[in-house]
Design a protein around this ligand. Structure first.
Ligand code: CAA
Ligand code: NAD
Length: 310
């Protein structure tokens, strides 16, 4: 099995090939995912604009990126720390932060949205940037569970719209799901595939179906693990240990829920349950709702199913 170090090395070495047409990338939302997408884009030579709601969140995102780059550089340039420092500073030079989405999309070849998993909020954003961005700009959403067609429906560029679904932690996970909707034109699809390769990811394509490939399989499994916990079948620790040692997963399903964020996990299952109420795989576990209500969102808030040191 590939180690995290070999994964990062491969990701960075493949990234030497850069797709000519996409140079300027704008990422909207600098949370767990947006920060990671901004980082890998800048590390592979793209000019990146990161859009956040205010300067405080922007600063937090930039600090997180710097920290993560440090982890990558430490491994990549073990023998040559000066080269590692140069890699970090050159990557950071290609990254700027702004607090206005309309301003942030002005020169973009590609815009990737990575804000909260809520259709109304995403619609509001896409309506605004559709009016502000140049006609050539490709729009993509990193949504975990919402239909790309429905997100794109408020724009006048459905032919230049698709899904680019990354995985957490973005600098380490090698996969990118590329989603095309019926209106996505071939040029846009090819540009998204080439850009995915240029940022060091292996691309797979999936239709615009709930959860695409990974989440359609992963999220019902995570939800069933929480139901096991609710039924008292086993403790959280034992469920996680069982799936790590018995099935070879790097994380158990309960710790993975904390890692993904319980709010995001809840948004996914609640949304699917509303749409497909008869599918038992999508039934939202009560414990998940409870923790979200208490503001215990997992690693990002320091507590979820487990307590996490910052
Ligand atoms: N940035 C940069 N490098 C990172 C990193 C980050 N955020 N996180 C981990 N790494 C790298 C580092 O090189 C780290 O080495 P250091 O100790 O020097 O920092 C190396 O990975 C190994 O990390 P750790 O030693 O901290 O821990 P690990 O070996 O257990 O690996 C993991 C961590 C890669 C996260 C691993 O546990 C894992 O693969 N977990 C499963 C993740 C997963 O399933 N993700 C998908 C979630 S679903 C999703 O994303 C889709 C959705 O829509 C919800
Ligand atoms: P997050 O809560 O960590 O970050 C979201 C960020 O978006 C926040 O920092 C927030 O301030 C910002 N934001 C909200 N509205 C905004 C706006 N109008 N303009 C600019 N910034 C705005 O969430 P996340 O986990 O990064 O998830 C983001 C998206 O990626 C969601 O659609 C989620 O489903 C998807 N996703 C999440 C994961 C995961 O493991 N967490 C994996 C793949 C995809």
């Amino acid at each position: 099995m590939a180690t995290p170090l070999s994964i990062i090395k491969r990701s960075l070495s493949t990234s030497a090939v850069r797709q000519a047409t996409i140079k300027n990338v704008t990422i909207i939302g600098g949370g767990l995912m947006g920060s990671g997408i901004a980082q890998v884009s800048a590390a592979t030579g793209h000019n990146v604009t990161l859009v956040e709601l205010n300067t405080d969140v922007l600063k937090k995102a930039q600090a997180g990126i710097q920290n993560s780059l440090g982890r990558v550089a430490k491994k990549m340039f073990k023998e040559k720390p000066a080269d590692g420092d140069r890699f970090i500073s050159e990557t950071l030079k290609r990254l700027r932060g702004v607090t206005s989405a309309e301003e942030g999309v002005q020169d973009a070849d590609l815009v990737i949205e990575a804000i909260v998993e809520n259709m109304d909020v995403k619609h509001k954003l896409f309506k605004a940037i559709d009016a502000a961005a140049p006609a050539k700009t490709i729009f993509a959403s990193n949504t975990s569970s919402l239909p790309i067609s429905e997100i794109a429906s408020v724009t006048n560029r459905k032919d230049r719209f698709g899904g680019l679904h990354f995985f957490n932690p973005v600098p380490v996970m090698r996969l990118l799901e590329v989603i095309r909707i019926p209106e996505t034109n071939e040029e846009t699809y090819q540009a998204m595939m080439a850009w995915g390769k240029a940022v060091g990811k292996t691309c797979v394509t999936c239709k615009d179906t709930p959860g695409f490939i990974v989440n359609r399989l992963l999220v019902p499994y995570m939800a069933e693990a929480v139901r096991m916990l609710e039924r008292g079948d086993a403790t959280a620790r034992d469920i996680d240990t069982a799936m790590k040692l018995g099935a070879g997963y790097p994380m158990g399903p309960i710790e993975l829920s904390d890692y993904v964020g319980l709010d995001t996990t809840a948004f996914i299952v609640e949304g699917w349950h509303k749409k497909y109420p008869d599918n038992p795989l999508f039934a939202p576990p009560e414990k998940l709702r409870e923790l979200v209500k208490q503001g215990k969102l997992g690693m990002k808030t320091g507590e979820g199913f487990y307590k996490h040191s910052k």
